[in-house]
Design a protein around this ligand. Structure first.
Ligand code: F6P
Length: 361
């Protein structure tokens, strides 16, 4: 048992499965092992910017069995809450980072565990460096694109959901002799697409890391259909864009890019070029929900424990991660520097090509 401390935990960015498992692990380790107090910050960074801060006490009795299995986050999340560029009610943006620090101090926190993607890591890293607060980051995102770690919480569940979709699409594709196109998420990286495509038996996988030639995709589909199989499966990442490289997106509430719909473009092109009947499924936010897989629960648990222990050791300013069968920690700012994308010379690309899967080039 170490000295009694008080730490906060928040879930920033978009949600995903496994966040509740992280919160549970943080509480079990901090309260159950170290004897500390844990306060949950509500709605990501927003909670500390409210006056008084919007928080909840996280006690062990809240975690009596169900939470580990639940999707979403019991604390709420926010992907538009950058305190350095915070939108006011009138839409005018201002730097409210000092208010965030004030909220942290008003609660009497000795440390903060921030769960988020690369955007959240960037914010946390600035807050820890400029505000002098003790922060440890835990990577989460279905996109799995946080640098410095092999796994972000939520990715495994999203891949399973996409594979499940392919398992459901294949029989109906076969019954109707159709080409099924499954569009999956992945803002900057094609990790979900390539993993799900290999596991789900796709004939074509398109990822943003590999520019595609639509004629080559059409040739592959023709080869499959003329080679004795009357249906085909294709997975595309939402960020692949059209054949001329134009992204398919609509502005979100703040005018920022929200991908979605390139699958429909590809469906029309494949039909135009091959004559095949095509149908498109845009999987969307289904990938962000659901019961977390065992992998996500294990990674979430390992990260939660390590994050608390880093705070106990006085090692703040770090992000936990997973590398070669174990938990590691790296400087927080290293988890905030760009996106980790699919290695075009890596094992998965080689496996896909080895299986005869067309990657569009
Ligand atoms: O970054 C995670 C992610 O789910 C992306 O895959 C997707 O493009 C985006 O978030 C969707 O964001 P929102 O929840 O704002 O629609």
């Amino acid at each position: 048992m170490t000295e009694k401390r008080h730490i906060g935990v928040l879930t920033g960015g978009g949600d995903c499965s496994g966040l509740n498992a992280v919160i549970r692990a943080v509480v079990r380790r901090a309260v159950g092992h170290h004897g500390w107090r844990v306060t949950g910050i509500l709605d990501g960074t927003h909670g500390l910017l409210r006056d008084p801060p919007a928080v909840m006490d996280l006690t062990l009795d809240l975690f009596s069995g169900e939470v580990l299995r639940q999707g979403g986050t019991m604390l709420g999340a926010a992907n538009k809450g950058d305190p350095f560029d915070y939108p006011g009610p009138d839409g005018v943006r201002s730097d409210r980072s000092q208010d965030f620090i004030k909220g942290y101090r008003a609660l009497g926190l000795d440390g903060l565990v921030g769960v988020g993607g690369d955007g959240t890591m960037r914010i946390l890293s600035r807050l820890s460096e400029e505000g002098g607060i003790s922060v440890v980051g835990i990577p989460k995102t279905i996109d799995n694109d946080v640098p410095g770690t092999e796994y972000a919480v939520g990715f495994a569940t999203a891949v399973n959901t996409a594979v499940d979709a392919l398992d459901r699409l294949q029989p109906t594709a076969a019954s109707h002799h159709r080409v099924m196109i499954l569009e999956v998420m992945g803002r900057d990286a094609g990790h979900i697409a390539i993993n799900a495509g290999i596991a789900g038996g796709a004939d074509v996988i398109l990822i943003p890391e590999i520019p595609y030639d639509i004629e080559k995709v059409a040739t592959k589909i023709r080869d499959v259909l003329e080679g004795g199989r009357s249906h085909a499966l294709m997975v595309c990442s939402e960020a692949v864009g059209t054949a001329s490289g134009k992204a398919v997106w609509r502005p979100d509430e703040e005018g920022k890019v929200r991908y979605g719909g390139v699958g429909h473009y590809l469906g029309e092109e494949i039909h135009r070029l091959t004559g095949a009947e095509t149908r498109v499924t845009v999987l969307g936010h289904v990938q962000r929900g659901g019961i977390p897989t065992s992998r996500d629960r294990i990674v979430a648990s390992a990260y939660g424990v390590r994050a608390v222990d880093l705070l106990a050791e006085g090692n703040a300013g770090r992000m936990v991660g997973w590398r070669q069968h174990g938990v590691i920690d790296i400087p927080l700012r290293d988890g905030a520097s760009g996106a980790s994308v699919v290695d075009v010379n890596g094992a998965l690309v080689k496996t896909a090509r080895g299986l005869g899967i067309c990657l569009g080039n």
